[in-house]
Design a protein around this ligand. Structure first.
Ligand SMILES: Nc1ncnc2c1ncn2[C@@H]1O[C@H](COP(=O)(O)OP(=O)(O)O)[C@@H](O)[C@H]1O
Ligand SMILES: [Mg+2]
Length: 385
């Protein structure tokens, strides 16, 4: 309770330092919403910014259950956050979504403390709520740019992946089929037709997968079958693997292994790291890349999914490991490497509250460890009101 008492003390000091009128003026004209909520979860005081942002009048707001002011999707997180806040007395800055009177959803950042009475019983919370819509839109643009940079890195391989089956289609459609028809060999015609369909399916899968991957909106975690997720990544890396003569082993084989994850971001990270691993093993005697995943308990309320990408390449020397997540750091020749892959990955993983690291205890090559929090802990970084 040390932190809370300190906060309460600061607040009391502020209240006495300012003449009461000045203090009220400060709260009333503050550029963020400032409000106080009692133990029943009802608003007991608020300021002008709340009226402006939410389009309710102050008299409508006072007495209103605080949960009514938030979007449906954040209700659970909010209620458990309120209970935690009552006990812990303090919450770190968290992101959430307010719902204005006209239904408009407003992205906000909240900081809260609890105030206690002289007998240390919970009295009310005190929160500062900031409109972060502009910050969110800049973040979304950066996120999209990082995806574009990722696609740029993979472009050559993707073009190759599309041209290969196209060449098959063209060849069979232009010569193979006419020859077979001339010979009245209809069995071969059917065989060629099925090969053409298979090749078109492959292009179709690749294109629709790329379209999903490039979707603009900020990603919310969703239940994901990990086996399919890894297979989709490997489809995009196939060309890079075959150029390097690498064999990729997908150890994620259980179709029932499902986790709530931001699948696009996870894919982008895996694609980058598997592509690097393919580059690393090229020229080695043993050229193997393994991808695996497991679920781990992070703490009492959090699970995480841990992916590992392991290769039989030369490994990452300590000197390289120090700089490996920096932008533009590359040991590859000009035209081959941009040095952007891992820095983009590190940013993406961090954005989702995860961790990207190199397992230095692994000495038979390189092992990258990617941890993503899953279920409750995802969004925002901690629960609060
Ligand atoms: N699996 C790996 N084994 C050895 N070195 C690696 C591996 N993955 C990445 N690296 C090193 O990290 C550097 C940075 O990687 P990255 O950020 O993806 O940029 P790029 O691939 O364009 O060089 C690579 O140039 C390479 O030196
Ligand atoms: Mg790379």
């Amino acid at each position: 309770m040390g932190v809370d008492n300190k906060k309460l003390h600061i607040l009391q000091q502020l209240q006495t330092t300012f003449s009461s009128g000045l203090f009220e003026d400060l709260v009333e004209n503050f550029p963020d919403i400032i409000h106080s909520v009692n133990k029943d979860g009802r608003i007991v005081s608020t300021n002008r910014k709340a009226e402006e942002l939410l389009s309710y009048t102050k008299s409508e707001l006072i007495g209103m259950p605080i949960f009514d002011l938030y979007a449906e999707e954040v209700q659970n997180q909010l209620r458990s956050g309120f209970e935690k806040l009552k006990k812990s007395g303090y919450s770190q800055s968290v992101e959430s979504k307010l719902k204005a009177k006209d239904g408009e959803i407003i992205d906000v950042e909240i900081r809260s403390i609890s105030l206690y009475d002289s007998e240390n019983n919970f009295d009310r919370t005190f929160s500062i709520i900031r409109d972060i819509r502009e910050k969110k839109s800049i973040q979304a643009q950066l996120y999209q740019q990082s995806k574009l940079a990722g696609i740029g890195e993979l472009a050559a391989g993707i073009i190759h992946d599309i041209r290969n089956p196209l060449a098959v289609i063209k060849g069979f459609a232009s010569k193979g089929i006419s020859r077979a028809v001339e010979k009245k060999d209809f069995e071969s015609v059917l065989k060629l037709q099925s090969k053409i369909l298979k090749a078109s399916d492959r292009i179709d899968r690749l294109c629709s997968h790329l379209r999903d991957y490039m979707r603009q909106e900020h990603e919310l975690p969703e239940p994901t079958i990990l086996k399919t997720l890894v297979e989709d990544c490997l489809l995009i890396c196939e060309n890079r693997a075959s150029t390097a003569g690498a064999k990729i082993v997908n150890e994620v084989t259980d179709p029932d292994f499902v986790a709530t994850l931001p699948s696009n971001s996870v894919e982008q990270v895996l694609i980058n790291i598997v592509s690097n691993a393919c580059d690393a093993v090229s020229g080695c005697e043993l050229r193997e890349v393994r991808v695996r995943a497991r679920k781990e308990v992070a703490d009492a309320s959090t699970n995480k999914v841990v992916f590992e990408v392991e290769d039989t390449g030369p490994g990452v020397p300590a000197k390289v490991a120090e700089k490996i997540f920096e932008s533009f750091f590359t040991t590859k020749p000009k035209g081959k490497g941009t040095g952007l892959g891992l820095s983009i990955c590190a940013g993406l993983v961090e954005e989702h509250g995860g961790k990207l690291s190199i397992d230095s205890s692994y000495t038979d090559g390189a092992r990258f460890v990617i941890e993503f929090p899953t279920e409750t802990s995802f969004q925002p970084k901690s629960d609060s009101i």
